[in-house]
Design a protein around this ligand. Structure first.
Ligand SMILES: CC(C)(COP(=O)(O)OP(=O)(O)OC[C@H]1O[C@@H](n2cnc3c(N)ncnc32)[C@H](O)[C@@H]1OP(=O)(O)O)[C@@H](O)C(=O)NCCC(=O)NCCS
Length: 152
């Protein structure tokens, strides 16, 4: 299946449970988000988020962002379920997230990734992100993250 067969739309309240389930499937418990984080970004902050569905209508992945102060935006997470990885879907979603944030006046996209998440780092580098610093104990004691950034 190529990326073109996925349908993508802005995330809505009814998507939160599926988004949370995908995040639980993609990450270890120390990195996965609680469902409250999804409610906060989608309902309270109304931050841009996009959900992608396969041809059978099943959610295949999503991207969730956060608007910060002073022109900064964040990729909270981008999650594609394993069967749908490597097909260009993550690329479509991150481009949509960047465009949505640019439209809202953001000048810079920032994100963090575990230092052992090689696929994510390769993905972000392919999209023009630079590793700018190490955040010690970001995911808990002894679990650092790299911070990546990209001007928008
Ligand atoms: C990281 C992730 C979002 C990438 O999504 P994807 O749809 O698989 O990525 P794409 O198919 O759009 O890949 C685009 C480019 O990223 C790079 N890339 C993606 N997956 C890669 C992998 N496993 N190894 C090396 N490079 C990879 C490649 O350069 C690829 O370009 P190419 O296909 O021309 O080689 C996906 O692997 C994922 O959901 N992982 C689990 C959750 C996660 O770690 N999210 C990041 C949170 S920090």
């Amino acid at each position: 299946m190529s990326a073109e067969t996925f349908s993508i739309r802005p995330a809505a309240t009814r998507d939160i449970n599926s988004m949370w389930e995908i995040d639980q499937a993609c990450f270890e418990p120390d990195i996965a988000y609680s469902v409250d984080i999804f409610y906060f970004h989608l309902l309270v902050q109304r931050d841009p988020a996009f959900v992608a569905f396969d041809s059978g209508g099943k959610m295949a992945g999503f991207v969730m962002t956060s608007r910060e102060a002073r022109g900064k935006a964040m990729v909270v997470t981008i999650d594609i379920l394993p069967p749908w990885r490597g097909k260009g879907l993550g690329s479509r979603l991150i481009v949509m997230a960047e465009e949505a944030m640019k439209t809202r006046g953001a000048k810079k996209m920032v994100l963090q990734t575990a230092v052992d998440n090689a696929p994510a780092m390769a993905f972000y580098e392919k999209h023009g992100y630079k590793n700018v610093k190490t955040l010690k104990d970001y995911y808990g004691k002894g679990k650092p993250a790299f911070q990546f950034e990209k001007p928008l």
